[in-house]
Design a binder for this molecule. Structure first.
Ligand code: BYC
Length: 317
């Protein structure tokens, strides 16, 4: 219940939301707004970090030095996105270790797409093109999110994502115009990644638990279904340019609506994956836990250094 003490702050908060002013870390905010932001932003950060695994898997096997350099740089960017987003989330009064614990114990989710395997080199193309492409569609709308640090992180992230999307499309274009085997590999990777990419936008609006409040607070600016449709509409012409078969036989231009019609997502699969039973959920978290443990010596060194600096300062004082 809103306490009487906070009534004035609540009015001020509501006014700022209506007037499209950003909420900053030092501003008063309703507890549910803060919690909902921590949930979405930390899951976004986890997605960036876990999302390094499927592509990282191909760094040693990239087909040329150029492809290796591009992929390395992309995967490093994803780590950077995770770091911005963790820092932005910490500005809401939660610690990094609490966030990591929530991820590793399965309390916090991360994007379902990263629980699928990358079976061939074409998956690296499909991820850049479709997964980063879907992420940009969503993140462009999040540049106008009401929480200042999140909105500002999105501006930089979107710039980098557009390089990611283009390098993925370039891989797909070369494969699709290569030998029959390469074209078949591109087709297969697109077919497998298409549906999981559509699932990135979340459940239908009618089934979305958080959308109502998130839209009211302007944390989310465009609904799950509207973003998904935008992605389909911009991607179908790209499939045509690649000369590949549509991954969904129901894709058809609807003149009246001015958009593409498409088939229904397998929601049972979606819920299975987000609830921990996707093809790679176990493997992804296991790898994260190991990497985190292996990095403990770095955190220990940082703590020791900061204690040493603190003692020095106190001695001078
Ligand atoms: N996967 O009420 P809803 C990248 C969960 S990474 C997993 O609609 P909301 C990249 C949802 O969390 C970029 N879980 O939720 C990185 C909720 O569960 P909880 C990733 C999903 O938050 C490396 C429940 O389902 N982008 O680009 O209003 C390499 C009900 O859903 C998913 C972001 O994270 C899903 N797909 O809307 C390459 C964007 N969908 O929390 C590329 C930021 C739904 O109650 N996030 N759930 O346990 C968002 O925009 C929103 O959180 C969502 C969902 C649209 C995803």
């Amino acid at each position: 219940m809103q306490s009487v003490d906070n009534a004035a702050e609540q009015i001020e908060f509501d006014r700022r939301i209506v007037e499209e002013q950003k909420i900053e870390p030092s501003d008063w905010m309703p507890e549910d707004y803060r919690k909902n932001l921590i949930r979405q932003m930390s899951q976004h950060a986890h997605s960036e970090v876990i999302g390094m695994q499927p592509e990282g898997n191909w760094i040693t096997r990239a087909p040329s030095l150029r492809r290796k350099a591009v992929l390395l740089s992309k995967v490093q960017d994803e780590a950077g996105h995770g770091l911005y987003l963790y820092s932005a989330t910490e500005s809401l009064g939660v610690s990094r270790s609490e966030l990591i614990e929530a991820l590793q114990t399965g309390v916090a989710k991360y994007a379902s797409i990263f629980n699928y395997p990358t079976l061939t080199w074409a998956d690296v193309g499909a991820i850049g093109w479709l997964v980063d492409g879907a992420a940009i569609v969503n993140q462009i709308s999040l540049q106008r999110t009401s929480y200042g640090p999140y909105a500002r992180a999105m501006i930089r992230i979107c710039k980098e994502e557009s390089f990611h999307q283009r390098q993925g499309y370039e891989i797909m274009y070369e494969l699709a115009h290569g030998s029959p085997e390469q074209k078949a590999m591109a087709q297969d990777a697109m077919n497998r990644n298409w549906w999981p990419a559509l699932m990135m936008f979340g459940p239908h609006d009618s089934d979305s638990a958080h959308s109502g409040r998130s839209m009211q607070w302007k944390i989310k600016r465009v609904s799950n279904d509207d973003l998904r449709q935008k992605f389909i509409d911009q991607t179908v012409p790209q499939i045509e340019v690649l000369g590949l078969e549509m991954p969904d036989p129901e894709i058809k231009w609807n003149e009246e609506k001015g958009q593409y019609d498409s088939g229904e997502i397998n929601w049972e699969e979606f819920y299975q994956v987000i609830n921990g039973s996707g093809p790679c959920n176990y493997q992804r978290l296991k790898h994260h836990k190991k990497a985190h443990q292996d990095g403990e010596w770095v955190r220990e060194a940082v703590r020791a250094y900061s204690e040493k600096q603190q003692t020095k300062k106190e001695n001078v004082a």
